[in-house]
Write a protein that binds this ligand. Sequence first.
Ligand code: AMP
Ligand code: MG
Length: 398
Amino acid sequence: MITVQEAVEIIKTKVKDFGVEEIPLSEAMGRVLREDLFAERDFPPYHRVTMDGIALHYKSYAEGKRSFPIEGIAAAGSPIKTLQDSSACFEVMTGSILPEGTDTVIRYEDLNIKEGTAQLLVDKVKEGQNIHYKGEDRKAGSLVTKQGRRLSAAEIGVAATIGKAKIKVSKLPKAMIISTGDELVEIHEKPLAHQIRRSNVHRLKATLSGLGLPVDTHHLNDDMEEILANLSEFINKYDVLVLSGGVSKGKFDFLPEALEKLGVQKLFHKIKQRPGKPFWFGEAPNGCLVFALPGNPVSSFLCTHRYFIPWLEQSLALPPEKNATALLKSDFFFKPDLTYFLQVKINYNADGQILAEPVVGHGSGDLANLVDADAFLQLPRGRNEFKQGEAFPLFFYR
Ligand code: AMP
Ligand code: MG
């Protein structure tokens, strides 16, 4: 049996590169950017007026002029205008180009406009006010977004402004989630007294879809022949399989034997942790990775967040997440010599710290408890008592 850290290290050696593809920007939300984005022109591309009002030549204001004949109107979207008489003004709209010969904008609220003349109502005008200067934010050719980050709405906006109708992103692995177990029925079915619905698949699929990874799903009964036939096909078709159930010591836990029969090399089986101890991880000769997670709902969920998601993110060329930590909100006691992933509810105190409040539940089968908690707090092996106010790594799942 290996430690949590050893498991993390082994999985890290199996981070893959699934390549790069170009997709429409409209489909890129949540995907990982694989090209640097540069400013195509200056941001903003012209001296942009930021208030509806008038633009004038500051010098005439400084010389005492307070009334300005209006020469014309500059609307957003009209080509640049030129002020002919430096003691006059131009009406300008937000988003228009500052007219040639003007350098200062005064908003309508500070003006009285009558019979083609703008009269100043205020006595405080700053030279250059209400103008967003060409190139002030970013210069043409400068880097605006570096590759290797998940595209959020902020990056999509920048990509749109530089005309990236198509964008390069990390290709996604072809992934399948497979439940195993004779007791499992589909969600639309009414389970008999000895059956339950296969909730793991739906929880895991939802988790991965939320990260932008579409997955196929399948179910296998606890039948060696069925398992062998199906898995050998899936191993050839998919980059990664996430299995749930069938990896413990039970009479019908066929997966470890089946996977080895199919030539999948076992990289580890069992981690010194609770929940999720029976986790089996291996790689097929063609490179297909197999994350065979324990069937208990909390176990498979924890393993997905603690192991599968970091593997996925690194395989998509994201930098490793900086580990968040949280302060234990009350003393906690745990005796076995295992790393314990305590389910916790997150709160924030007045000092801006994250507090993790234990939400204990009834063990690895208690899927309802996941609804009450928000995250797992990783409590180290080798000690029994964990004190209020101590900080531990946090794995947030919401
Ligand atoms: P196993 O790891 O196959 O021994 O399963 C451990 C426990 O998890 C058993 O109580 C199973 O019924 C339950 N379990 C396995 N797979 C699922 C699933 N897909 N959804 C809900 N519970 C499951
Ligand atoms: Mg089972």
